[in-house]
Design a protein around this ligand. Structure first.
Ligand code: ME8
Length: 512
C-alpha cells in the first residue's frame, strides 16, 4: 500500500480578499504536497474557508447582505486565486457546508456526553477580529487584544464551556515528549510556557449572534468559531461517513499554520482531540509572517499586496518561486517588489531560461535536435553528473525536513554549475573540430539530462515551468507520471532522442 500524507493550511476568514501572506502559506503547503506526490505518497491536501462568527456577520450586515451571500462571493475569489496560483488541493472545505455542520455537532455531542462540556456563565473580554477570548491579565499595555492590539469587548452571557483545564497536563506532556509535534523549536518553547501559566476552561458557545453552527439540542447558542473551525480537519477525510478513509489519513501529517495560531492548533486542538480520544496530528508547523518593508500588512496602512495582481503581472510560477526561495520558513520575511523583479531576472530569465535556451539551441544547431549516445566522458563531465545526483539526494532530505528555501537554493546552485559547464566545455569550439564529435555529443547529452533533472526537482515549486521544460525536451514519459527517483538517475534520456525547439520561459522585466 502507498504511504499517505495528509497536509492542511489554515482555513482563511472570508472577511476580506486574501493577500500575499495567505498566498505564502498556501504556496508552501502546495510545494510540500506536490513534493510528497513526487516522492510516491498518496496525498490529501486540504484548504478552505472559515466562514462563521461575529465578525463575518457584522461585515455582511454593514454591506446589507446576508452572511451566506457575503461569504459566497468572497469564497469564490479564494477558489479563483488558488486556481491561478496552481494550488493542487484535493478538497476545499467551507465551514458553512452541511457536511461540516454535522461533524462539528457530533464532536460537540461526544465531548458533552462524556462530561467535558458544561453550561455556565461567561463574563469576559472578547476580541471580535481575532475571535478570541482573553483575561484581564493577558491584555496588552493599553488594555487591548494582545494579538492584534484592537479594543476588546466585555461580554456576559450564558455559555457552554469545554474542560480544557482537565487536559492541560496531558497536552503539556505531549508537547514536551514529542519534539517533532511542534516546530520550529522557538514556537514549542512559547507553547510550553503558555500552558505552564495555567489553562482555564474554554468558553465554546455564544448567544449574541447566530451565524454559526447551533449547539445540538440548545439552538439559541452557536458554537465558538475556533471550536467549529478546528474540526474542519476531520470533515473531508471521512470522520463521520468513511471509516476507511479516516483511518488512512488521520492523524494528519502536517497542519501548516501561521505563528499566531499555533496556540489554537496545539493547545486547544490538542485538548479537543484528547477529549475525543483521537490521536493528535503528527506535526504542527508555525511559519513566520510576510511583512512589507518590516511592517505588518494591514488595510489601514494601505500596504496590502494583492497576489492576483502579481500573478497577472509576473506569472504564478515567478511568485511561487520568490515566496519559496526568499523566506526561511520559520522566520518572518520581507516582501519587496524590487527583490521579486531581481530574482525573476537573475534566477529565472537568466540562469534557468538561458540554460534551457542555449542547450536546445546548440542541440538543434550542431546535431539537428538529436541526442547521440554518450560515452563515459571526461572528469569534468563526471563532476557535473555527480553533482546532479547529489543535488537530487540532498533535495529530498531538505524537503523532508521542511527546509524548502534551502532545497530551492541547491537546485539553483546546480543550474549555475551547469551554465558554467557550458562555458568550460565551449561546445561551439568542439563543433568546429571533427575529432571532438563524441566529446560534443557527450556535452550536449549531459546538458539535456541536467535540465531533465532540474525540471523534476522544480516541479513542486514551479509546476508550469517544469512542464514546459519537460515538453521542450520532449521527454517521452508523461509529465504526470514522473517520480522523484527519475531525478536520482543520470542518463534516462535515450540515444537518438529528439528534443524540441527552445521557447522563452521568462521574459526579462525592465525595472522602471
Ligand atoms: O486565522 N504572512 O484565518 P486568517 C504570512 N480562520 N502568512 C500570513 C499572513 C502574513 N502576513 N497573514 C495571514 C485564521 N497569513 C483562522 C484560521 S484554522 C482552523 C482557522 C496566513 O484568514 C497564516 O498562515 O486570519 C495565518 O495563520 C493565516 O493566514 C491566518 O488566516
Amino acid at each position: 500500500m502507498k504511504k499517505t500524507f495528509y497536509i492542511t493550511t489554515p482555513i482563511y476568514y472570508p472577511s476580506a480578499k486574501l493577500h500575499i501572506g495567505h498566498a505564502y502559506c498556501t504556496t508552501i503547503a502546495d510545494a510540500v504536497a506536490r513534493f510528497k506526490r513526487l516522492a510516491g505518497y498518496e496525498v490529501f491536501f486540504l484548504t478552505g474557508s472559515d466562514e462563521h462568527g461575529q465578525k463575518i456577520q457584522r461585515t455582511a450586515e454593514n454591506e446589507g447582505v446576508t452572511p451566506i451571500e457575503y461569504v459566497d462571493k468572497i469564497v469564490e475569489s479564494f477558489k479563483e486565486l488558488w486556481k491561478r496560483l496552481e494550488i493542487s488541493n484535493d478538497d476545499f472545505i467551507r465551514t458553512s457546508e452541511p457536511r461540516h455542520h454535522k461533524v462539528v455537532q457530533e464532536v460537540f455531542r461526544r465531548i458533552r456526553d462524556k462530561g467535558d462540556i458544561y453550561k455556565g456563565e461567561y463574563t469576559g473580554l472578547y476580541c471580535t477580529p481575532c475571535e478570541s477570548y482573553w483575561t484581564e491579565l493577558q491584555l496588552d499595555e493599553n488594555g487591548c487584544c494582545p494579538d492584534c492590539h484592537r479594543p476588546v469587548e466585555k461580554v456576559s452571557e450564558e455559555a457552554y464551556f469545554f474542560k480544557m483545564s482537565k487536559y492541560a497536563d496531558a497536552v503539556l506532556k505531549y508537547i514536551e515528549e514529542n519534539p517533532e509535534f511542534l516546530e520550529p523549536k522557538s514556537r514549542r518553547n512559547e507553547m510550553i510556557n503558555f500552558i505552564k501559566q495555567g489553562l482555564e476552561d474554554l468558553c465554546i458557545s455564544r448567544t449574541s449572534f447566530n451565524w454559526g453552527v447551533p449547539v445540538p439540542d440548545d439552538e439559541k447558542h452557536v458554537i465558538y468559531v475556533w471550536f467549529d473551525a478546528l474540526t474542519n480537519y476531520l470533515t473531508p477525510i471521512g470522520f463521520l461517513d468513511d471509516k476507511e478513509k479516516f483511518k488512512k489519513f488521520w492523524p494528519a501529517d502536517l497542519h501548516l499554520v501561521g505563528k499566531e495560531i499555533v496556540r489554537f492548533h496545539t493547545i486547544i486542538w490538542g485538548c479537543i482531540l484528547m477529549a475525543l480520544g483521537i490521536e493528535l496530528p503528527k506535526k504542527v508547523y508555525g511559519h513566520g509572517w510576510l511583512v512589507i518593508g518590516g511592517d505588518k500588512m494591514s488595510k489601514s496602512k494601505g500596504n496590502v499586496v494583492d497576489p492576483m495582481l502579481l500573478i497577472d503581472e509576473f506569472s504564478a510560477d515567478a511568485i511561487r518561486y520568490f515566496l519559496l526561495r526568499e523566506i526561511n520558513l520559520g522566520q518572518d520575511g520581507n516582501f519587496n517588489r524590487d527583490a521579486l523583479i531581481t530574482r525573476i531576472n537573475a534566477d529565472l530569465a537568466n540562469d534557468l531560461g538561458n540554460l534551457l535556451h542555449r542547450t536546445l539551441n546548440m542541440i538543434g544547431k550542431f546535431q539537428n535536435e538529436i541526442l547521440l549516445a554518450p560515452t563515459e566522458g571526461t572528469e569534468l563531465d563526471k563532476s557535473l553528473k555527480d553533482m546532479a545526483i547529489d543535488t537530487a539526494k540532498n533535495y529530498r532530505q531538505l524537503m523532508e525536513d521542511m527546509k524548502i528555501s534551502d532545497a530551492v537554493k541547491i537546485v539553483w546552485q546546480f543550474i549555475s554549475r551547469t551554465n558554467k559547464y557550458i562555458d568550460e566545455t565551449a561546445p561551439w569550439k568542439l563543433a568546429k573540430d571533427e575529432t571532438q564529435k563524441q566529446n560534443l555529443s557527450n556535452v550536449l547529452y549531459n546538458l539535456a539530462e541536467s535540465l531533465r533533472i532540474v525540471s523534476v526537482l522544480i516541479s513542486p515549486f514551479m509546476p508550469t515551468t517544469a512542464k514546459r521544460i519537460h515538453e521542450q525536451l520532449k521527454v517521452s514519459q508523461p509529465f504526470e507520471e514522473i517520480q522523484l527517483e527519475d531525478a536520482e538517475i543520470f542518463g534516462k534520456l535515450e540515444e537518438n532522442h529528439e528534443v524540441g525547439k527552445p521557447e522563452q520561459l521568462f521574459p526579462r522585466i525592465e525595472i522602471k
